[in-house]
Design a protein around this ligand. Structure first.
Ligand SMILES: [Zn+2]
Length: 351
C-alpha cells in the first residue's frame, strides 16, 4: 500500500512508468455506440494502431503506481464480447492500454500544445490553461461545491470497503479503470451504496505528458471498465495529479466527460511517505476544521490505502454527513448513460 501512494508522489512517478511499447497493427470493426454520443454513430472497418504495453517492474498482485495489478485467485471483470468485437482483444490491458480509434474523436479540433512532464511548466502559453502548472480553470471545470464535501481518488481497493462501511452519506469516487476490473466486487459495493463514480483514467498517468492517442486510450479503457463492470458511462473525470490543460480537456470533452478538480487538498498521500516532516494526521484535521469554517468546497482524498481511508473516516466525523456528490454540487447528471440490469445481455450484444 505504501508503494501505491509513494507513486502518487510527483518526484518518483516517472521512474515507475518506463514502458515498453510494442506497436502493432490490427483490423477492427468499430461498433461505435458505447458512449451514446451524437457523433458516436456507425462505421466501417478501420485500421487501429495499438500498443500492447508491458509495464516494467510491475510485481503481480502488488499495488503499483496508485493501482493494483491482477489479484491472484480473484476474478476480474469478464472481458465482454462487445469489447472483443470492437477492439479485437480478449483481455484487459496492462498499464499502457492500446489506442483504439473512435469516430467521435476529431483530431483536427485538439489544440496543438506541447507535451510536458510533471513539474515542467512554462513550455506552453498561459492560454493552454494548465491546472497543475497555473491553477488555471476552464469555465466548465468543476472545482468547488456549495457544501463542503469529500471526494476519493485511486480506488477501488480493499481499503475502500472499510470506508464504505463507515459512510452514512453519498460521496464521489474517482476510480482507475485497471482497479475497477481487478476489484469488481468492491466497485459493485460502491454502487450498491448509491455513491457516484467518475473516471480517474485507466492507470494514473500524468496526462499532459502523453500523446493524443495515449490520452484517448487512457479515457476509453477507463470508460469501458466502468461500462463492463457497472453498466454505465461516466460523466465526471478527475485527471491524476490535477494534470490537465486544454489539450487534455478537448479530448476528454469529446468523450462527454467534464473535469473535476478541487479547492482543498488534504495531501493525505504524504502520510504514506516515511518522512515525518511532510504531513501528519493532525495537520490534516486542523486544515479540515479551517475549511469547515468556510463551509463550502471540494476536498481531495484517497481510498487506495488503509491509512488514508482511516483519515477519510475521521474527516467525515469532523464534517458530518451533510455532504454532496459532485453531480449534486452542480445539479448535474450522475452518468452519461446507465444500462438497466435487464438489458445487460442485450446491450452486450448490441454494443
Ligand atoms: Zn490519483
Amino acid at each position: 500500500m505504501v508503494i501505491s501512494y509513494l507513486l502518487s508522489a510527483a518526484f518518483i512517478f516517472k521512474n515507475w512508468f518506463s514502458i515498453i511499447i510494442i506497436v502493432r497493427t490490427m483490423k477492427t470493426t468499430l461498433l461505435n455506440l458505447l458512449y451514446s454520443l451524437p457523433a458516436a454513430q456507425l462505421v466501417a472497418a478501420h485500421t487501429a494502431h495499438y500498443s500492447n504495453g508491458t509495464g516494467t517492474g510491475q510485481p503481480v498482485g502488488q499495488p503499483v503506481g496508485g493501482f493494483s495489478s491482477v489479484r491472484a485467485g480473484h476474478k476480474q471483470t469478464p472481458f465482454p464480447e462487445w469489447l472483443t468485437e470492437f477492439t479485437g482483444l480478449k483481455e484487459w490491458p496492462g498499464i499502457d492500454p492500446p489506442y483504439i480509434p473512435m469516430d467521435f474523436i476529431d483530431f483536427s479540433k485538439i489544440p496543438n500544445y506541447k507535451r510536458y512532464d510533471q513539474g515542467v511548466c512554462g513550455v506552453n502559453p498561459r492560454e493552454s490553461c494548465s491546472f497543475d502548472c497555473d491553477r488555471c480553470l476552464a469555465p466548465d471545470d468543476v472545482y468547488t461545491c456549495g457544501q463542503l464535501s469529500q471526494t476519493f481518488d485511486d480506488g477501488p481497493s480493499l481499503a475502500t470497503e472499510r470506508l464504505l462501511d463507515s459512510l452514512n452519506h453519498k460521496t464521489t469516487f474517482f476510480n482507475l479503470g485497471i482497479n475497477i476490473v481487478n476489484f469488481p466486487d468492491v466497485y459493485q459495493k460502491i454502487l450498491n451504496g448509491g455513491h457516484l463514480v467518475g473516471t480517474h483514467t485507466w492507470s494514473h498517468p500524468f496526462m499532459p505528458s502523453l500523446t493524443n492517442e495515449q490520452i484517448i486510450a487512457q479515457l476509453q479503457w477507463s470508460i469501458w471498465a466502468m461500462n463492463a463492470t457497472g453498466h454505465h458511462v461516466p460523466k465526471w473525470f478527475r485527471p491524476p495529479y490535477g494534470a490537465i490543460d486544454n489539450r487534455v480537456r478537448s479530448i476528454s470533452r469529446m468523450f462527454g466527460l467534464q473535469a473535476v478538480l478541487w479547492d482543498y487538498d488534504t495531501f493525505d498521500w504524504q502520510l504514506l511517505v516515511e518522512d515525518q516532516t511532510l504531513r501528519t494526521e493532525e495537520d490534516i484535521y486542523r486544515d479540515v476544521q479551517d475549511w469547515k469554517q468556510a463551509g463550502n468546497g471540494l476536498i481531495l482524498e484517497h481510498d487506495g490505502a488503509f491509512k488514508t481511508v482511516h483519515v477519510g473516516i475521521n474527516v467525515n466525523k469532523i464534517l458530518g454527513d451533510d455532504q454532496l456528490t459532485v453531480a449534486e454540487c452542480v445539479g448535474g447528471i450522475d452518468y452519461i448513460r446507465t444500462f438497466p440490469p435487464e438489458l445487460k445481455s442485450r446491450n452486450a450484444k448490441v454494443l
